[in-house]
Write a protein that binds this ligand. Structure first.
Ligand SMILES: [Zn+2]
Length: 283
């Protein structure tokens, strides 16, 4: 993916090498004097992660200590993340304009280990996640390495897919899909709630595919990019992760969709480039 020299976002806050984000962080760019207010909401918030590992205590995975990234590589990773975030801002601003709505840009916080969020303490073992209470995506850059080494994914477009998926949750938040989801799941048994969660997650995959389509139209994708994103979509399917983590698969406990479904819905967005094709709830 040829992302170099593209616009960078003003909405990144770097809390790396800071303890638990207690005092907030310093934005890399943007307004000076920014004070992070930590507002803990007791209800009505979502913390939506990429893989559902958060709730999968059966995997019993402890946070991995990763070696500090070389500062050059780290700078590159920050820059890359910033460019990808900017590309989602550009894409979704246009789409919202078509809908006659205004796109409110989310924040993206980079952190190491753990950090405070509007949805409680975020930990890197959860993988990247979106918190609707503070409209922020939380990302530990070591996830890029995990993606490559543990999940057989990797490559810049695959990393972009992961960010675009989280931004997809922000879009769902703005479009009222979270509230809709909340109403649908009211009083339902866990099995049904899980099925609804799968629909929510697959829609975020489809939205990531829409972003991918926009990147493709900009002509910045390289040979093999699409394949790497699809490999990643498959690598983080519930069935694959459960098999790896606990040795067996329990479809009723799926919250994110199978590898095949995640592949299919990313492609659905990528092929069509049309928001209306991402209605996972009525299908
Ligand atoms: Zn998700």
């Amino acid at each position: 993916m040829r992302w170099q020299n593209k616009r960078e976002s003003d909405n990144i806050e770097d809390r790396q090498n800071k303890s638990s984000g207690m005092r907030g962080g310093v934005p890399i760019k943007g307004k000076t004097g920014f004070i992070l207010l930590i507002i803990v909401l007791v209800s009505g918030y979502y913390g939506v992660d990429l893989t559902g590992l958060l709730d999968r205590s059966a995997m019993n995975e402890q946070p991995q200590k990763t070696a500090p990234i070389e500062s050059d590589a780290q700078q590159q990773a920050i820059k890359f993340t910033s460019v990808i975030l900017a590309s989602t801002e550009d894409y979704w601003s246009q789409e919202f304009q078509k809908l006659g709505k205004k796109y409110v840009q989310p924040k993206l916080v980079l952190y190491t280990g753990s950090t405070r969020t509007g949805c409680g303490i975020g930990q890197s073992v959860m993988g990247p996640f979106y918190c609707s209470a503070d409209q922020t995506v939380y990302l530990d850059l070591s996830f890029y390495q995990d993606l490559k080494q543990k999940m057989g994914g990797g490559g810049d477009f695959a990393q972009g897919y992961v960010i675009a998926h989280e931004i997809g949750h922000h879009v769902q938040n703005l479009l009222g899909t979270f509230s809709y989801f909340d109403r649908l799941k009211q009083g339902q048994p866990q099995k049904i709630v899980n099925q609804l969660s799968v629909k929510l997650e697959l829609q975020a995959d489809c939205y990531a595919g829409l972003w991918g389509n926009a990147m493709d139209r900009e002509n910045i994708l390289d040979v093999g990019d699409l394949e790497s994103a699809l490999n990643t979509a498959e690598a983080i399917g519930d069935d694959r992760l459960q098999k790896q983590g606990q040795g067996y698969v329990m479809p009723d406990s799926f919250t994110h969709g199978t590898s095949a479904q995640r592949y299919q819905w990313f492609m659905q967005g990528f092929d069509n480039g049309n928001l209306s094709k991402c209605d996972t709830f009525s299908r």
